[in-house]
Design a protein around this ligand. Structure first.
Ligand code: DP6
Length: 357
């Protein structure tokens, strides 16, 4: 049973999918048409979320980066869903208290850097902890999936798989850890930020438009499921060559489906294409794979490489992007962690986000 006297604060990080979730068989329950596999990223990009249970506010309230959103009655689909999921968690606990949630990203929201994935993982972890529900990570991932599909993978460190599942109610569609970061610690991600703006088409709209209109997408579902299986094998054997191959082909497949949607969706820009070219040139020059690019729903690239090759990959990216290059080297993250009271984002007197210096 929740005590709710103190806020619970959790830090979570985004993940980058090597085999991607794109298109849903059920958009209300966020059920995918293929399993997906990701790397949870280190703490250079992170989301912090504080949850407080209290009688001192009238409605469940969520602040994202200082902006206030009312839940439950919210008109925005995303917030409506978040409200419903939190209601469900509160029902499990039996509390009548309201929930105050304050969340902050240390990086741009909505720019295809998976801010909502980290947000969903942090929120569900913190809410379940605040309510004293003792959900295990698999159970939390199933709940996080309802808030952000890809978010279910951010509940685990290292490499995670989200099983597509077959059941109509989604009970077998959850994530689990494939390998902790220690399995293959050499793997790193260079994030190349080429645009900090919001994506032109939301992922929600993208999933739906592609499913409804792309012919290519019909092929993708089967291929992507098979790619997930092959990627599991590559990860098991720490086979960079195969991993790189599968990763780039899967990203290209997702973006081809986007372009094949009608009206077409193009998340990439000229810099994204420059990065793709630079990675292929680098791999050709080495006569083996040293890097693999992958893009989520935005033009910013994730270039997967090894610690050993990271410097030369960064140099190649700088060469191709010139002054526009904003690169960040991230290792693998260990999954969400609970922070101490000092790191809470809630001003307990005013029941608002703490003021920033
Ligand atoms: C392209 O529906 O999970 O990142 O909830 O907005 O984060 P948000 O998006 P979501 O779709 C993400 C799709 C993707 C690929 C992936 O992460 O698998």
């Amino acid at each position: 049973m929740a005590t709710g006297n103190e806020p619970t604060t959790v830090l979570a990080t985004p993940n980058i999918a090597l085999v991607k979730y794109w298109g849903r068989r059920d958009s209300r329950l966020n059920l995918p048409t293929n399993s997906s596999i990701s790397i949870t990223l280190g703490e250079g990009l992170s989301t912090r979320t504080s949850v407080l249970l209290t009688n001192r506010i009238r409605n469940d309230t969520l602040y994202i980066n200082g902006e206030r959103h009312r839940l439950g009655t919210a008109k925005d689909e995303k917030f409506f869903y978040i409200g419903r999921v939190l209601d469900e968690l509160k029902r499990m606990d039996g509390t009548k208290k309201r929930m105050l949630v304050v969340t902050e990203n240390n990086y741009p929201t909505g720019a295809g850097l998976a801010s909502s994935a980290a947000g969903a993982a942090a929120l569900i972890h913190a809410a379940s902890e605040a309510l004293g529900l003792n959900l295990d990570a698999k159970e939390m991932s199933r709940v996080a999936r309802l808030v952000s599909g890809s978010g279910c993978r951010s509940l685990f460190g290292g490499f995670a798989i989200w099983h597509m599942g077959k059941e109509a109610d989604g009970r077998d569609s959850y994530a689990e850890q494939l390998y902790a970061p220690e399995h293959w610690p050499d793997i790193v991600d260079i994030v190349a930020i080429v645009d900090r703006g919001r994506k032109p088409v939301s992922t929600s709209e993208g999933h739906e438009r592609t499913r409804a209109s792309s012919n290519l997408y019909k092929y993708r579902a089967d291929h992507a499921e098979e790619r997930s299986m092959r990627l599991m094998d590559a990860l098991k054997h720490r086979d960079f060559e195969s991993m790189a191959h599968i990763t780039m082909r899967d990203s290209n497949s997702m973006h081809a489906c986007c372009l094949d949607s009608y009206p077409p969706i193009n998340y990439l820009n000229d810099d994204s294409v420059r990065i793709m070219r630079a990675v292929h040139m680098l791999n050709d020059a080495h006569g083996e794979m040293v890097a693999a690019y992958t893009f989520d729903a935005g033009p910013n690239a994730h270039v997967i490489t090894t610690r050993r090759n990271a410097e030369r990959v960064m140099a190649a990216l700088k060469d191709s992007l010139g002054k526009r290059a904003e690169l960040m080297l991230l290792g693998q993250g260990s999954g969400p962690r609970i922070l101490g009271a000092k790191e809470s984002l809630i001003d307990m007197e005013r029941l608002r986000p703490v003021a920033h210096e």
